[in-house]
Design a protein around this ligand. Sequence first.
Ligand code: ZN
Length: 256
Amino acid sequence: MWRRAGPIRLRLAEIAGRRVRRPLGPPAPTETFSASAPASSSLHHSLGTFRDSIGAPPSRSLSTGGGGRECWSCGAKGAFLSCGSCRSVQPVDPAVDYFRIFGLDRGYNIKDNSLEGKYKDWQKKLHPDLVHSKSEKERAFAAEQSARVIDAYRTLSKPLPRALYMLELEGVHVDEEKTINDPGLLMEMMDIREAVSEACDSQTLEKIQSQMKRKLETWSKSFEEAFNKGDFNRAVEATQRMRYYERAMEETVKKL
Ligand SMILES: [Zn+2]
């Protein structure tokens, strides 16, 4: 058994280290509304996307209050994304974090259905067809805001990118290439990979997927507990473990 440890570790490092790049341009709407869709459609935009999508600078205060800025067009207070009074599209305000875009307090636990309605709402307001008659300046604001809303949705709708985003907001750096030196985990991942490569029907692969999903849920809970206690070391480790299961999920998706 142990003679196999070398190559396994190498393979796992490859799995853990591989990054997913974001496709160019915004996704088609069907790709974006994937919160309730099967895992396969939402797996392509994990960490590479997340890295590209961090909008707010780190170390902001936890307060999600504050009323936004003054509308550039009518001067109304509390305008963000689009003005409540005159409906002018506002420039991106980096102080508005992803949670606030969705009207949520900053917190890891997000109910499944709390993002999609607001997401569609914003995309309607910012859609190029609806702002085509506006000034060039405002159309540019709309394009930027729309891209940011998409990033926010992708980041918050999945457990791992959401966890990483929360750490980023706290100014905690996560080394995405770091592998975990835990023989138990390595053996487990080896078994999973073997099971995936031997699986020859979709039922078996789906079964593996739901196992991975449960693992992700377990480590999500660990993340949340550690994060809420301010134990960022444990929180970071939980995200690193989650990444292994995400990668394993991707392997099954490739085969399906
Ligand atoms: Zn206004």
